[in-house]
Ligand binder design. Structure first.
Ligand code: SF4
Length: 160
């Protein structure tokens, strides 16, 4: 029986309704996506995905994390995008408009001034995001689906 089928048929997993609940181990996700644990760790280092970390530092991935990873894999294998290109695309998500944040917030924000990586990959100090948990932020959470990234970029509105 395939691992996907086993997971679908698991009574324990069927009870999990929230796609943001972190339940899958890194090994399970690697098997599901047919990639290595090393690759998953590299995506994390590059800021493409933010898995949940337990108190004992165990990574756990949600269904939305898996959807995000599928999107990343598709961009790499089918569109031949590199990691840098994917990071640039994520950097275009208009977080300042989604939050929103204002002129004085943006003055202290590296993510607003640059476009080399997603906003959640920066170390925010002294700005509106310094005390935020990016994994819980809608800028991160709402963009696990590639179509949503495109839609947000298309709907971009002038900075307040
Ligand atoms: S909290 Fe994190 S994900 Fe949300 S806008 Fe700030 S940097 Fe981006």
């Amino acid at each position: 029986m395939s691992i996907m089928r086993k997971m679908r048929e698991s009574p324990e997993l069927r009870t999990v309704q929230d796609p943001d609940t972190p339940i899958y181990s890194i090994g399970t996700v690697a098997r599901m996506l047919e990639i290595s644990v090393f690759t998953l760790r590299m995506y994390e280092r590059e800021g493409l995905v933010l898995p949940h970390k337990s108190a004992s530092n165990q990574r756990r991935y949600s269904q939305n994390d898996i959807d995000r990873l599928k999107c990343i894999r598709q961009a790499i294998t089918e569109k031949k995008f590199g990691i840098a290109a994917i990071k640039t695309i994520y950097s275009l998500i208009p977080c300042w408009s989604i939050l929103p944040c204002f002129k004085e917030d943006r003055e202290h924000c590296e993510a607003y001034a640059n476009h080399a990586q997603p906003c959640w990959a920066y170390r925010h100090v002294n700005n509106i995001c310094a005390s935020r948990e990016c994994r819980e932020c809608r800028v991160y959470r709402d963009h696990s689906d590639c179509r949503k990234v495109k839609q947000s970029i298309m709907n971009i509105s002038p900075a307040p």
